[in-house]
Ligand binder design. Sequence first.
Ligand code: HEC
Ligand code: HEC
Length: 398
Amino acid sequence: MKKHNLFLRYGLLLLLPAYLLLHFGFNLPASEYDEVPLLNSQCPPGFKKNANNECIAQNLYMQYDSPNNKGVGGLQTGLPEIRDGFSPQEIDLGRYLFFDPVLSGDGKIACASCHDPGKGFSDGLAASIGANNHQLTRGAPSLWNVGYLKRLFWDGRATSLEEQMQGPLFAEEEMNNTPENLLFSLNGIDAYKKLFAEAYPERDASSPIALNEIYTALAAFQASLVSLNSKYDRYAHGYHKALNEKEIEGMNVFRSFVARCAECHTPPLFTNQQFAVIGTPEPEGMPLDPGAEVPFNDKSMRGAFKVPSLRNIEKTAPYMHSGRFKTLRETVEFYTKGRGHAVPEGEQLYIHWHIWNPELSDYELDRLVDFLKTLTDETFTPKIPETLPSGLQPTINL
Ligand code: HEC
Ligand code: HEC
């Protein structure tokens, strides 16, 4: 056994120079190819590569039971399933695409224009602004932990990341592109053709880039945006000093039967992924946003929105689908102002039963805000590319 090991070790050492010579010797002369960055062959942090070159999510919550086996709101509860299993190369290709305005009709807007890593992958606007300065009616949600979500958009109208992205890509008022033009632009860029061939080695390297390859790479990148290492998480895993006294008071209010926040914003994702009518106000003078009533074609869901995750919530002001609340303090105060207090006259909304009148004191509201800030964790923020295969500038927050 020992001898065998020794042979392996020294045998490999001898082979190494030969390998290096071959490896670099072959690649060096192709100077044009060298300008194209190779895709990262390592998984991003929070993922571990398996023998099939797939990145599999790794986190401490995996040691706990699934949400269905444990009481709602328990701190040591498992997470729902994540979209993982993408290759490191797909994820890295998605990173380039995400910041690249070549994906838009006029070459000016990237996904990152409205999902800025510096703003919790949101844009700091009450409602986002798309192509030709078109004013949208809803705010850009954070993309942290989006790989865990079963439905996407505030109204839940998409059921996968791949389906979701076709919204912004091809909407006239967002990125204003068409599938044909998107393929035409990317297939006209040699650097992208090489990177796609590298990310999809099972197909012929000379075949053109296909739509589903673009969608998969963008989905892979987004699903890698994991935030589960906040102060709160350290506390949840048993390190009690991670939160101070005021933050713990806030957590207790959050989980209390009086405030009921954790019934909907259920740990560890801080959303139960359901839809709820809570009756938030629209911006002054704007009509009621029917929300999930439209895609679900269900009157009882009029004004319902997907319960948003509160991870990195400190970074994504202003708040709610309409961006009506500028601060976290204003947002939590909404819940104490009386059930349905902001519902427009003449509207019959089925306000969720967990929304009532908890009569929280100013002190308790301040502690809730303290607690929400313990959910901040951006340690796995991906690197913004310095240059892009398209030669355009990475475009972040217009
Ligand atoms: C013009 C601004 C803008 C651009 C560009 C944009 N988005 Fe968004 N994004 C939004 C807004 C606004 C929403 C919410 C819309 C809604 O719910 O009706 C959203 C929603 C999302 C969601 C759903 C998140 C959730 O929690 O439900 C994902 C995922 C997403 N965008 C990814 C992308 C990707 C990928 C791109 C690039 C292909 C992109 N976005 C481009 C503004 C933008
Ligand atoms: C019945 C379910 C429910 C309960 C209970 C609930 N929320 Fe919410 N929460 C929602 C929904 C749905 C939204 C999005 C509403 C919208 O956009 O109009 C939301 C939005 C938020 C937001 C803004 C998120 C963002 O991305 O803009 C914060 C912060 C928040 N809730 C905190 C709390 C706190 C604190 C409590 C307890 C006092 C609480 N919630 C109780 C369902 C609930």
